[in-house]
Design a protein around this ligand. Structure first.
Ligand SMILES: Nc1ncnc2c1ncn2[C@@H]1O[C@H](COP(=O)(O)OP(=O)(O)O)[C@@H](O)[C@H]1O
Ligand SMILES: [Mg+2]
Length: 370
C-alpha cells in the first residue's frame, strides 16, 4: 500500500516563499487532513503532491518513489476539487468514465467500472443525467466517482464540501468517511473547517503561514495543543485563553488575573516561571458551573445560546470573552443565573506568555518548526 512522504518541501512564487520546508509522512491507508486558515498553504501543498505545482525544494515521495519530476498523470493520484470540475456536456456515466477512456481502457472494463462505482456512490439511477440536472451532493459524488474509478494510489481532496449547504456537508462528510473505510485508499484532505478535520481525520496537520504547527490525532490536538494557535483553532468553540501571572511554587502553582486566582497543574516548567506572564487555556467543556470545592472564578454573563442538550454561556472574564459549554438538563432558566465557574487543574493548559508554546507538552506530537 502507498504512503506519501514530504521531505523539507518548499514552495516559492518568485522571491516569495509560501510553504516553508515542511515534513510530513502519510502512512499507507491513512486519512490525513490539512487544516488551517485561508492562505496558510494547504492547497499549494496538496497541488505539489498532485504535480499541479512545481516543488521548489525538497522531495515528495509516493509509494516509495520520488515524484518531483513525474507528470501528474503518471503519479497515480486522483484529485477531487471544491468546484467538482465535471464536463457539463457529458452525462454521469461518461464523466465517471472519462479518465479511463483517455487511458484507452477496454470497453467492457469501462462499463463494469461505471456500474461498480455508481453502485458504491448511489448514482446508478442518474447515469444518463447531465451535471446541470443533478443536486450539489450528486455532483460531488460524480466527482468522487471519477476519482475512485481509476483505483489511484492516493486520493487528494481540496475543500470538496465547501460548496454544499450545512446539512448536505454533514451527510457527504459521513459518506467520504464510509468510502474511506470501504476502499482504504491513502487520502490527503484539505479544509479550513476544523469540524470537518476533527470528524474525518486519522491524523490532522494544523498549518499556519506555510508552516506545520502540529500533527496529531484529533484527540491529541484537542487535549494537548502544542501552542495557543492550535488551542484557538481546534474545538468548537475553541479553547478560552486568559492572560495571567504565575504565582506559588512548584507544589502549588497558581495563576492570577484581574484580582482572581486559579490552581494550575503541577508542571515542572512552572517552578522557574513565578512572576512571569503566561496564557492559561480552559476548554468551554471543562469550565464547570456546578458548585465544587475548587476555586470559583467570577464571570459576567452576557448571553446564553441554547443548542438543546447543551448551551453556550457567553461571558466576560478579565475583559475578555470566555465561553462555557454547559448541559441544559432540559432547562435553560438556571443558566441565566450563572456568575461563576470552576475548572480542575488537570484540565487547564498553560502556555508561555511570549511564544505561546504549551508547557509540559508531550514531545511526541510536537512537530512545529516556528
Ligand atoms: N500562483 C500564485 N502566485 C503567487 N502566490 C500564490 C499563488 N498561489 C497561491 N499563492 C499564495 O500562497 C499562499 C498559500 O496559498 P494556498 O495554498 O492557496 O492557501 P490555502 O489553500 O491554505 O488557502 C497564499 O499566500 C497565496 O496568496
Ligand atoms: Mg485552498
Amino acid at each position: 500500500m502507498s504512503g506519501v512522504i514530504l521531505d523539507k518541501v518548499v514552495k516559492r512564487y518568485g522571491a516569495v516563499e509560501v510553504v516553508h520546508a515542511i515534513d510530513l509522512t502519510v502512512e499507507p491507508q491513512e486519512f490525513v487532513v490539512l487544516v488551517g486558515p485561508s492562505g496558510c498553504g494547504k492547497s499549494t501543498t496538496l497541488r505539489m503532491i498532485a504535480g499541479l505545482e512545481e516543488i521548489s525544494d525538497g522531495t515528495v515521495e509516493i509509494d516509495g518513489r520520488v515524484v518531483n519530476r513525474v507528470a501528474p498523470k503518471d503519479r497515480d493520484v486522483a484529485m477531487v476539487f471544491q468546484n467538482y470540475a465535471l464536463y457539463p456536456h457529458l452525462n454521469v456515466a461518461d464523466n465517471i468514465a472519462f479518465g479511463l477512456r483517455i487511458r484507452r481502457t477496454p470497453k467492457a472494463e469501462v462499463l463494469a467500472s461505471i456500474e461498480e462505482v455508481a453502485g458504491i456512490l448511489g448514482l446508478t439511477e442518474y447515469l444518463d443525467r447531465r451535471p446541470a440536472d443533478l443536486s450539489g451532493g450528486q455532483r460531488q459524488r460524480v466527482a468522487m466517482g471519477r476519482a475512485i474509478v481509476r483505483h489511484p494510489k492516493v486520493f487528494l481532496f481540496d475543500e470538496p464540501l465547501s460548496n454544499l449547504d450545512a446539512k448536505l456537508r454533514t451527510q457527504m462528510r459521513a459518506e467520504i468517511k464510509r468510502l474511506h473505510k470501504r476502499l482504504g485508499v491513502t487520502s490527503v484532505y484539505v479544509t479550513h473547517d476544523q469540524v470537518e478535520a476533527m470528524t474525518l481525520a486519522d491524523r490532522i496537520v494544523v498549518m499556519q503561514d506555510g508552516h506545520i504547527e502540529q500533527i496529531g490525532t484529533p484527540m491529541d490536538l484537542f487535549l494537548n495543543p502544542v501552542n495557543t494557535f492550535v488551542a484557538g483553532f481546534i474545538g468548537s468553540p475553541p479553547m478560552n485563553q486568559i492572560e495571567a501571572i504565575v504565582e506559588g511554587g512548584a507544589d502549588a502553582p497558581r495563576a492570577t488575573f484581574a484580582g482572581q486566582s486559579i490552581a494550575l497543574p503541577k508542571l515542572d516548567e512552572l517552578s522557574s516561571r513565578v512572576g512571569e506572564k503566561v496564557t492559561i487555556g480552559i476548554r468551554p467543556e471543562h469550565a464547570k458551573i456546578e458548585p465544587a470545592g475548587a476555586d470559583a472564578i467570577s464571570v459576567e454573563l452576557d448571553l446564553v445560546e441554547t443548542l438543546g442538550s447543551e448551551a453556550l454561556l457567553h461571558t466576560t472574564l478579565a475583559g475578555n470573552p470566555f465561553i462555557i459549554k454547559a448541559e441544559t438538563g432540559g432547562d435553560v432558566e438556571h443558566l441565566n443565573q450563572v456568575t461563576q465557574f470552576w475548572a480542575g487543574p488537570e484540565t487547564i493548559k498553560v502556555f508561555d506568555g511570549k511564544t505561546g508554546r504549551a508547557f509540559g507538552h508531550p514531545a511526541t506530537s510536537y512537530q512545529g518548526g516556528s
